[in-house]
Design a protein around this ligand. Structure first.
Ligand SMILES: [Fe+2]
Length: 310
């Protein structure tokens, strides 16, 4: 679902398929597909590129009919559909369409993606992507657009700076952060328990990867967090115990942006300037706006199969 990455692509793929705990399932000269432990064919795509950015963000629909209905809806609402619903030939298969959001992000809605058996559960590896946080120049338009086009619901606000949106019982699957430019902020990968969270941190630590922020527990979403910086400079997060929402009773709240509410554990302290810099990233014009399919200097992804065992 997420793409990205200038060189060193090889070290980047090794990071995610090694200590991060994902598993390489397919690859081409320029793209690597990595799965978590859950039933999804892949949760992360790494595309060779001269600049960090979001390739596309994928949402699951229940049936091809829902994909068709969603495509008709977003087109009627004025969004630009860049790929009509079709059964494509991409790894993972499925029936999908793609459209551009108000900041030129490519959004995919898919159904009937290939199933894969769940991985053995003894290792504390990510089971899914929990959420993606995006920087935006217009947080109000982000809320209006994503609630209208995709039916997401607002779970909470962090003052008027961040907004958390859900599509199911998870407190948020996507959040927007008001910023000076659009681009990816971070991607969170969920492990199954607080024990798995700590052991994931331990695996990363002995592999030479220290947290850049965390461990801690956020107020909004109540999730445990530990943020890292990947070899290309993007920010992945390990998370656990994400708050589950009761649709019948939930009322969105506004959180003050104080240290004690940003981290209920009080172990993390505020994010460092380096952390903020990487979460801010660089201005992303959107994958469809730039021909990054064959970057000049990124070179092919030369990806060895993972050789890390736990
Ligand atoms: Fe997060």
């Amino acid at each position: 679902m997420l793409a990205c990455g200038p060189p060193p692509s090889r070290s980047r793929c090794n990071f995610y398929s090694g200590p991060w705990g994902l598993e390489l399932v397919e690859r081409t000269d320029t793209t690597a597909y990595l799965r978590a432990s859950g039933p999804e064919h892949h949760v992360l795509e790494l595309h060779a590129s001269a600049q960090n950015g979001l390739h596309h963000l994928g949402f699951a629909a229940a049936t091809p009919q829902e994909v068709d209905d969603c495509a008709a809806w977003v087109r009627a609402e004025g969004a630009q559909v860049v790929e009509d619903p079709r059964r494509g030939d991409r790894p993972g298969g499925g029936y999908a369409f793609r459209f551009l959001d108000f900041e030129n992000r490519v959004i995919e809605v898919s159904a009937e993606v290939f199933a894969v058996p769940e991985r053995e559960r003894s290792n504390p590896v990510p089971r899914k992507v929990a959420h993606c946080v995006l920087n935006t120049v217009d947080i109000d338009t982000a809320v209006a657009s994503y609630t209208r086009l995709l039916g997401l619901r607002v779970s909470d606000w962090s003052e008027h700076k961040m907004v958390f949106l859900r599509s199911n019982a998870d407190h948020h699957v996507i959040a927007f952060n008001q910023h000076d430019w659009a681009g990816p902020n971070h991607v969170a990968y969920e492990v199954s328990s607080l024990d798995a969270f700590m052991r994931s941190m331990g695996r990363l630590k002995v592999s030479g990867h220290e947290t850049s922020w965390g461990p801690g527990r956020h107020g909004p979403g109540d999730n445990a967090f530990a943020y890292y910086i990947d070899p290309a400079g993007l920010v992945p997060e390990v998370t656990a115990e994400v708050m589950q929402i009761d649709e019948e009773t939930w009322m969105p709240r506004v959180w003050r942006r104080t240290p004690e509410l940003s981290d209920l554990f009080r172990t993390a302290g505020p994010p460092t300037p380096r952390m903020r810099k990487h979460m801010g990233g660089v201005a992303d014009p959107g994958w469809a706006a730039v021909d990054r399919a064959e970057p000049r200097d990124a070179g092919p992804l030369l990806i060895p199969m993972p050789d890390v065992t736990y």
